[in-house]
Design a protein around this ligand. Structure first.
Ligand code: MBD
Ligand code: FE
Length: 282
C-alpha cells in the first residue's frame, strides 16, 4: 500500500546509488597508475597511523568491517561520501574560480528536470506546504555582461524535508525544474521554503551519527546548477539567514556567500529574495 509507504534509509540510499551509477557510466576517467598508487598508498598509510596511535582493537576492526559492508547494502555510499568528503573535493575543484561561490551537489540531483520559462513556478502539489518564496536574480559574466538564455536548475526538499524521487508518494518532478533565463539573463522562480533536512537515522549513516554522538541535520537549502554556453557551470546551495543548523551543517557545505536574507513580500504572504550568479569563462 503506497499510501502507508515510509521513507527509509535503504530506499533513498539505493535510489541515490542508482542515480549515481547512471551518471557515472557517461564519464569515468581512465585509471592513472601513478596517481592511484600515490593516493591509495597515502590513504592506507593514514589509516595505519590511526590504528597505531589509538591502538585500535580487533573488536573495533570488526565493527568497522561490518559497518562498511552495511553501508553498501543500504546504498548509502553516495550519502556518506557527499556528507563527509565532497566538501573538500569541491573546495579544491573550484579554488581558482572568480565568479560566484559554489558548494557540494549532494546525492539527490536528477538531470533533465522539466524546462520552464524565465518566470516560473516549480512543479508542486496543489496543497504544497511551506512559506511561498520568490527567488529572483540575474546571471552574468565576470565582467558584468548578462548571459541571455542561461539555465538555472533548481531542486530542493519540501516542507517535510523530503526530496522527490528519493521519498515515496511525491510527484516525480516535485520541486525540481530547469528555468531558462530571459535575454537579459534574468529569472524569477516561485517556490516554497524548504525545511531543514535530516539524514536518514535508520541506516548506516544514521548509526554512525548516533555512535559518534553527532547530529543528523543539514540547514534548509535550495540546490542549484547554473550554466551558460562557453562558461563554467556552478553547482551551489543557498541557505537562510538565522535558520537552524546554518552554523553546524553535518555536510560542512555552508559558506558566508551562500546565505540568503529573504524579506516579506509587499502584497500577499511569502518572502522574496534576489541573488545573482556570476559565471567564469570556460
Ligand atoms: C542532502 O539534501 C544534501 O544536500 C546533502 C549534501 C547530503 C545529504 C542530503
Ligand atoms: Fe540537499
Amino acid at each position: 500500500d503506497t499510501a502507508t509507504e515510509q521513507a527509509t534509509a535503504s530506499a533513498s540510499g539505493n535510489a541515490a546509488t542508482e542515480q549515481f551509477r547512471s551518471k557515472q557510466r557517461a564519464g569515468a576517467p581512465a585509471a592513472d597508475t601513478e596517481r592511484v598508487n600515490t593516493l591509495v598508498s597515502e590513504l592506507l598509510g593514514a589509516t595505519h597511523d590511526i590504528i597505531r596511535r589509538h591502538k585500535v582493537t580487533y573488536a573495533e576492526y570488526d565493527a568497522l568491517k561490518s559497518w562498511l559492508i552495511q553501508v553498501g547494502e543500504d546504498g548509502e555510499w553516495p550519502l556518506f561520501l557527499d556528507v563527509w568528503v565532497e566538501h573538500v573535493v569541491e573546495e579544491v575543484a573550484n579554488e581558482d574560480r572568480e565568479g560566484s561561490k559554489g558548494t557540494i551537489e549532494g546525492p539527490y540531483y536528477v538531470p533533465d528536470a522539466p524546462e520552464l520559462p524565465a518566470e516560473a513556478t516549480l512543479p508542486m502539489r496543489e496543497d504544497e506546504g511551506g512559506t511561498p518564496l520568490l527567488f529572483q536574480g540575474q546571471v552574468r559574466t565576470v565582467d558584468g555582461t548578462p548571459l541571455a538564455g542561461a539555465t538555472i536548475e533548481m531542486w530542493h526538499a519540501d516542507d517535510d524535508g523530503f526530496y522527490s524521487q528519493y521519498a515515496p508518494n511525491l510527484p516525480e518532478w516535485n520541486l525540481r525544474g530547469t528555468v531558462v533565463a530571459d535575454p537579459q539573463g534574468n529569472f524569477k522562480i516561485h517556490t516554497v521554503q524548504p525545511a531543514p533536512y535530516q539524514i536518514p537515522t535508520d541506516g548506516s549513516c544514521g548509526r554512525l551519527i548516533s555512535a559518534a554522538g553527532w547530529h543528523a541535520w543539514r540547514p534548509a537549502h535550495l540546490h542549484l546548477k547554473v550554466s551558460a554556453p562557453g562558461h563554467h557551470l556552478i553547482t551551489t546551495q543557498l541557505y537562510f539567514n538565522g535558520g537552524e543548523h546554518v552554523s553546524d551543517d553535518i555536510a560542512s557545505a555552508v559558506k558566508p556567500e551562500l546565505i540568503l536574507e529573504p524579506t516579506p513580500v509587499a502584497a500577499g504572504d511569502g518572502r522574496e529574495v534576489t541573488y545573482d550568479f556570476v559565471l567564469d569563462k570556460a
